[in-house]
Design a protein around this ligand. Structure first.
Ligand code: ADP
Ligand code: MG
Length: 288
């Protein structure tokens, strides 16, 4: 984007807004990373999945993370939620420095304060949908709020599926159970990894509306990875990752603006790939 595309307050002509600071100073911080890095493997097989990510999420914010496959989205989410360990930098949830916690304390944090919608659902196969949804409450020995349980279950269209086990449910139904499980215990922050990936557009919209509702009306925080520009447009803010780094972010996203940025980032990546081919020679080129 050219600077001339922006108006004085940072808005672009299409109504989206370019962030100039990562931390919204006027609101309480729900989660943040400082120079977060995660390296997998050793030697030649080493992969820098996330590489110096500094980002913060305000309480009550619904944020989306986008980026090509392999750009580090799931790694960032897992490290923020205390499911994986950074190799450098730090993560905090509220005032808690997650990086410094013992394994036991991290388990407690995940149970009591975090909801996670896994890309691959991660439901317990031997438990019914109801038992899966109530898993956090069971572990924490707390009673769910029945009215909220009913609201989540009915919004997710699961009322007549509660006694089924995961193998008796379709992929979309399993994903809806996984979403309900992450929301029922009212965690202060919900991480969602492609939560609408298996959903038809109607169920997808219902979930996205529910996520926006818990953020805006219940002051919970939502951090959602998605590759779907329509899903991302439900968020207040979209962060774009490439090669493990934050490369751009916008607030008040529109589908058009998201598509435009995705295309720009794709072009940049293609140019980079072309440079590599120049350096190494095109292995697919036919030589006489
Ligand atoms: N457990 C792991 N072991 C080794 N490499 C991993 C592991 N998890 C992720 N990676 C690598 O880290 C990079 C980022 O992966 P990931 O966070 O899953 O990306 P995304 O979710 O954006 O598709 C990829 O190159 C992936 O192959
Ligand atoms: Mg992923």
């Amino acid at each position: 984007m050219q600077p001339s595309d922006r108006t004085e307050d940072g808005s672009t002509k299409d109504g989206s807004h370019v962030e100039t600071t990562l931390a919204p100073p006027h609101r309480e911080v729900a989660a943040q990373t400082h120079n977060a890095g995660r390296v997998y493997g050793k030697g030649n097989a080493q992969v820098r999945a996330i590489d110096g990510v500094t980002v913060s999420f305000a309480k009550g914010q619904f944020a989306a993370i986008m980026g090509p496959s392999g750009s580090g989205k799931s790694t960032l989410l897992h490290c923020m939620a205390g499911l994986d360990n950074l190799t450098s930098g730090s993560v905090s949830i509220g005032d808690t420095n997650v990086t410094a916690l013992s394994e036991a304390k991290r388990t407690e944090l995940r149970r009591d304060r975090v909801g996670f919608i896994f890309q691959s659902y991660n439901l317990v196969p031997s438990l019914t949908a109801r038992e899966n949804i109530l898993l956090h409450c069971t572990f924490a020995k707390t009673k769910p709020d029945q009215a909220w349980f009913d609201e989540v279950v009915s919004t997710m269209g699961l009322a007549d599926r509660l006694s089924h086990t995961p193998t008796e449910l379709s992929g979309g139904q399993q994903q809806r159970v996984a979403a309900a499980r992450a929301l029922v215990h009212r965690p202060e922050i919900v991480f969602a990894d492609e939560p609408t990936g298996a959903l038809d557009s109607r169920s997808g919209r219902r979930l996205l509306t529910l996520l926006a509702h818990v953020a805006h009306d219940k002051n919970q925080t939502i951090v959602m990875v998605t590759h779907d520009p329509v899903a991302a447009s439900f968020a207040d803010r979209v962060i774009f990752l490439a090669d493990g780094k934050v490369v751009q972010e916008i607030t008040k996203p529109t589908v058009e603006r998201i598509l435009q940025i995705v295309q720009e980032l794709d072009e940049k990546q293609e140019n980079k790939n072309a440079e590599h081919l120049d350096e190494w020679g095109d292995p697919l080129a036919v030589t006489e």
